[in-house]
Design a protein around this ligand. Sequence first.
Ligand code: FVH
Length: 290
Amino acid sequence: MSTPAPVSLLGLGAMGAALAGPLLSAGHRLTVWNRTPERAAALTPRGARPAATATEAARAAELVVVCLLDDDATRQVLQPLVETLRGRTLINLTSTTPAQARQMARWAAEHGIDYLDGGVMAVPEMIGAPGAAVLYSGSKTAFTTAEPVLSLWGEHTYFGTDAGLASLYDLGMLAAMYVMFAGFFHGAAMTGSADVPAQDFAAYAVPFLSHMVDALPEFAAVVDARDYTGPGQQSLGFSDQRAILGATADAGIAPDAVHMVQRLIDRQVQAGHGSHGFARIFESITHPAP
Ligand code: FVH
């Protein structure tokens, strides 16, 4: 059994503190730094070593993990450490856009820092427990070197050397989730107009939507092939939202969520593709209206 590698952690917010727990439990020598030093107090009884400065923390380990509020905060903290980080592995678990992740990767490469970007798909309470997942992209060497650490936090998947890919998956999945939630709230508002409690609506919506999710791989195959005329596809014309919009108006609620879908359909119908499958709205999304 090899000794767990020392790790330095910059940022002890809700997520940073959660990331520290499994590292300490696994016996890693963990050096921590936070802008507000008091936040380290809860971790020191468990063996974490507080550093007075971010530089001191970065010097303490070959593997440096950063988890701060946003990209601006991360740049502010890392820029002064650039020479200390040279030759070390840096894992950035701060949520960023793909462009910010790629820019950080370029900055790291220019300064001899082995950089891995991560997107945390979990809330702090899930870290180290079943269901937690973190997506990674960037340096394969960094991923492989750090894998014993990454495995402590949850499922860990490497998406490739493009440092922006983890963030793209992360934000893409969040986009899918939020649009789905908006659809649920719309349906709950429709039935709510007849005094149906949202919980009663949810009891029916959950099994229905769970079943509908099974269609995603089929939609994905259609989109990948760009063939919206194959057998078994529900047509755009059939998917028209006007009945739903009529009931929405009758219910006296805002039509925005459904309007969005209707607009995506209309653009394809107006282009002469009304008999094509519903998945063709992918073309409305990938070719934005001028
Ligand atoms: N918490 C969650 O559920 C989500 C799950 C998905 C991924 N996110 C991302 O994780 C990053 C950190 O989130 P967090 O939950 O730890 O955030 P906070 O508890 O608000 O802690 C923020 C830390 O950042 C430090 N900080 C902020 N600005 C600066 C700065 N200019 N210089 C140095 N440090 C800064 C802050 O320090 P302090 O206020 O305690 O002094 C905290 O350590 C985030 O990207 C999420 O999107 C979490």
